[in-house]
Design a protein. Structure first.
Length: 349
């Protein structure tokens, strides 16, 4: 059983609340991006440009001088905060700090990252949060939660006690195998303030190696809304699983017992790598910032435009901006996976 370090009145803010900054870890030669580094950096640079139009960006990299030089030509680059730190890879959503409020205390939870069930090396990425704390970037206290494996991409919060996740991920035997489902729920209650945990037992994307992260499938949004991936192609290998997921979502209610307003997102047409493996393209992997929603698009005009229009319905007070993420899905992730938001008043001024 886990050590007792629960928090008394914790709240996990939803992504659409005010933020101080976004964190990204930059691709380098020793990451899996090495063979396509120029293509990857071009995508990261486009995302950086969109973020710093409105807010600070914290860039984590082992070679900050080199990255700073490459970003010197973008507008508002004075908003970039560089943090020097070794990394295995760049999936900041999953090894970055999970920020919560506990009464008046601002806490950054440092959960254990084991690279999605020990699929890849994570020895450097698992130290990033502690490195950032030592740099005094944040006006918050880091809490050691290394007794529990949890990735930011595996949970969604509405800020009112509802946590949405997937059984396939959180109950994976390569994450917290010593714990029962009930014990895992207790961790989500004590550390993230979950009043109600919604478990999706269905839904997965071909080519996904995260064990069905929720941020590839279904996203909580304001006004008790869930945006989710839906396939209308009965011949698609994902069709049945996503249809069963939709049925689960239709039966769910939030922590207050209210049903959700469901907004289906289209599936991109299948995209394959050079070996013929299908890549996990999804429009659900968008990033919410203070004034924008940055949405991954894939050069598929009709699908891209439909997805942008649907996301705008849920976030009508923000600009919805599409960014080509064909480069990112070659490493089986997308836009939300490479970013992590830092809530308002967590960054030192």
């Amino acid at each position: 059983m886990l050590q007792n370090n629960s928090l008394s009145s914790v709240i996990l803010p939803p992504e659409w609340e005010r933020q101080d900054a976004i964190v990204m870890a930059w691709p380098h030669r020793d990451t899996d991006w090495g063979y396509m580094l120029n293509e990857a950096e071009a995508c990261y640079k486009a995302i950086t440009t969109a973020i710093v139009r409105e807010m600070p960006l914290i860039v984590v990299a082992p070679n900050i001088e080199e990255v700073s030089c490459r970003l010197s030509d973008i507008d508002h680059n004075e908003k970039i905060i560089f943090h020097k730190c070794d990394t295995n890879d760049t999936w900041a959503r999953d090894f970055g700090p999970i920020s919560v409020l506990n009464g008046n205390d601002k806490l950054m939870l440092d959960f254990k990252f084991d690279a999605w069930g020990m699929k890849f090396a994570a020895n450097k990425d698992n130290l990033v949060c502690r490195s950032m704390e030592r740099s005094s970037i944040f006006n918050a206290r880091l809490v050691n939660c290394q007794d529990f494996v949890l990735e930011g991409g595996s949970i969604e919060s509405d800020g009112k006690g509802t946590i949405l996740t997937t059984s396939r991920c959180l109950l994976s035997p390569n994450r917290n195998s010593a714990l029962s489902k009930q014990e895992i729920e207790e961790v989500l209650h004590s550390r993230l303030g979950a009043k109600k945990v919604l478990w999706l037992n269905h839904g997965e994307l071909a080519g996904d190696d995260t064990d069905a992260h929720i941020d590839t499938l279904a996203r909580l949004a304001p006004n008790d809304t869930i945006l989710y991936v839906k396939s209308d192609n009965t011949g698609d290998e994902q069709y049945e699983s996503l249809m069963l997921m939709e049925k689960e979502l239709m039966s769910m209610t939030n922590a207050d017992g209210k049903p959700f307003n469901l907004l289906p997102l289209p599936c991109p047409a299948p995209i394959y790598d050079e070996d013929g493996e299908r890549l996990p393209a999804t429009y659900a992997n968008y990033l919410i910032t203070n004034n924008q929603v940055l949405v991954p698009i894939y050069g598929q005009h009709d699908n891209d435009e439909k997805a942008l229009s649907i996301i705008k319905k849920a976030f009508n007070n923000r600009d919805v901006v599409g960014i080509d993420c064909n480069a990112l899905i070659k490493q089986h992730g997308s836009l939300h996976c490479i970013t992590m938001q830092i809530p308002e008043n967590f960054l030192k001024k």
